[in-house]
Design a protein. Structure first.
Lengths: 451, 94
């Protein structure tokens, strides 16, 4: 057999080998994604802040009405080797129409010409069931939410989370690195997490969680008007529960924090957050209610009672608010009267009422009201620029909102929403010239497609 | 020998092409993939469709599935729910 014949034989054999090997190498490729368009007419986001707290103090009482349109796409690719092993990747591209073009920055690329390098990586993690321990392991940059309705943290974070069921008990433990600045591994902010949930009966579940957050960054941080030391240590211990009581479902949590904010703050931490929520069928729709208390601090003592939420990497969205608390649909523009649970070390006392009313299989409506006050006043309370005095009242405001959702397709919904906040006396006379800031409002139209 | 090799290669090529040929329409049939994006080869389920299918299978219960299989289906439904949550999750400007 000559070289040519040999080569042909080898090639043919190799081709056959590859052809028969393909099924064993087969991957299940999963693509998912979403697209959201958010158009708003508002005098709320027209303050100087694109992200953060509502800041009427010192600004003209009539914040100008602004109209903007933002869009966001998310793309998820999952490479699934089998039921026990997959790689999850998740990307995001978002911009505000008209913002900038021909540039290289996230959240931009909405101006004429586009051509912007703006793809963000949200998650990249391996998800596998360990054949030795039987635990599910997620390792890499992954989404992770606290067990307390988002008052502490809820964000993408790098780490390892192992979870396993033991009959009626679901347990999980993990390590996450929030930040690592300077010399790698020397100035990090880490979290150790342990959670458990036990199904007492089919309808009653109780759980507990411990999160230890150690901040050794000794550097500028991302906290928003929240007193911090250069290094900080916080222990978070909490319980949660959920019960289906016939037509009503009740859930809630209590979370206690202790630890220390070191120099220059040099304060011990003793803070808490508590919540009770209920929802149930009333008439043709579903009624919802939530109560939230987050402790605050007035300052001037060795111990702070200010609840230590993680930067602005969290949010309490159960009240379905659009302006008073962070809006679940906010994208590149995201501000709120109560922007973080810490609420500028003041904490918050809030109550929410809601009613979801389906009209047809495609049309549904939702009505919500929210009431909020700061738990403790402190130096972050806005002052009258003329008198230099803050108001006695701690009442922040009342939000009334409504939305109408129409299902255009199985996986696409169009929504029209309106929200209005009646500002409380907390904000009286804090606008320029000692005037009362005009009540904030927002009308919005949203298109949501997910696949 | 050369002929044998060529025949083998042809066989491999044909075996790879076979699934594509199976999808082809007869001359009289409408191509619904081109016409209405339906019944396309390689069509995959949206996450909502996948969840509906899982829910339908779970409803069949123990008449069709063993307890272990039902648990697995429920786990897959939870995973699909978590994926949809991750896609729709708020996140503001972050």
């Amino acid at each position: 057999m000559g070289i040519t014949k040999k080569t042909l034989m080898i090639t043919a054999s190799a081709a056959l080998t590859v052809a028969t090997a393909v099924p064993a190498l087969a991957l299940e490729n999963e693509f998912h994604g979403m697209f959201r368009l958010f158009g708003a007419v508002s005098n709320f986001n027209a303050t100087d802040n694109v992200e953060g707290f509502y800041v009427p103090q010192g600004n003209p009482k009539d914040a100008p009405t602004a109209t903007y349109i933002a869009q966001r796409a998310r793309l998820m690719y999952i490479a699934k080797a089998n039921d026990d092993l997959k790689l999850v990747t998740h990307f995001e591209i978002d911009s505000r129409w008209g913002d900038a073009a021909y540039t290289t920055k996230r959240n931009l690329g909405g101006a004429i010409g586009a051509d912007t390098v703006n793809i963000e990586t949200k998650s990249v993690y391996l998800d596998f069931n360990c054949p030795i321990t039987g635990a599910n392991v997620k390792v890499g940059m992954q989404p992770n939410d606290d067990a307390f309705k988002g008052v502490l943290f809820g964000a993408d974070m790098a780490g390892l989370l192992a979870s396993r069921s033991f009959g009626s008990l679901d347990a999980a433990a993990g390590f996450f690195r929030f930040n690592d600045s300077g010399l790698p591994g020397k100035q990090a902010r880490d979290m150790v997490a342990a959670t458990a949930k036990y199904a007492v009966t089919k309808d009653i579940k109780v759980g507990g969680a411990y999160y230890f957050i150690d901040d050794d960054r000794s550097a500028a941080n991302d906290y928003v008007n929240q007193e911090q030391g250069n290094t900080n240590t916080i222990h978070n211990v909490g319980v949660n529960a959920e019960a289906n009581l016939g037509p009503v479902t009740v859930d809630g949590f209590f979370l206690y924090q202790f630890g220390s904010l070191r120099a220059p703050a040099s304060r011990h931490v003793s803070a808490f957050a508590g919540n009770v929520g209920a929802r149930g069928k009333i008439g043709p729709g579903t009624a919802r209610t939530e109560f939230l208390y987050v402790s605050g601090d007035k300052g001037g003592s060795n111990t702070t009672n200010a609840f230590q939420s993680v930067d602005d990497e969290h949010g309490f969205y159960n009240g379905n608010m659009q302006l008073l608390f962070r809006d679940a649909y906010a994208m590149t523009i995201d501000n709120a009267v109560v922007y973080t649970s810490n609420n500028q070390d003041q904490g918050v006392i809030a109550g929410f009422l809601g009613y979801d009313l389906p009209v047809t299989s495609k049309l549904s409506t939702s009505f919500n009201a929210g009431f909020a006050a700061v738990a403790k006043e402190n130096g972050n309370k806005p002052v009258n620029p003329v008198t230099g005095q803050a108001n006695k009242s701690n009442y922040i405001g009342t939000e009334l909102n409504a939305s109408v959702d129409y299902k255009l397709f199985d996986n696409m919904t169009a929504s029209v929403r309106g929200a209005y906040v009646i500002l409380g006396d907390y904000f009286d006379g804090v606008a320029a010239g000692g005037q009362d800031p005009r009540d904030p409002y927002m009308g919005s139209v949203i298109l949501n497609y997910a696949f | 020998m050369k002929k044998l090799a060529l025949m083998l290669m042809t066989a491999v090529a044909l075996s790879a092409a076979a699934p594509a040929m199976a999808q082809e329409m007869t001359k009289e049939e409408k191509d619904m993939c081109l016409l209405a994006s339906k019944n396309c080869a390689g069509e995959v389920d949206s996450i909502q469709k996948k969840m509906k299918k899982l829910q339908a299978e779970i409803r069949k219960g123990k008449k069709v599935y063993s307890a272990e299989e039902l648990k697995k289906l429920e786990q897959k439904l939870k995973e699909a729910n978590d994926l949809l949550d991750a896609l729709m999750k708020q996140g503001g400007g972050k």
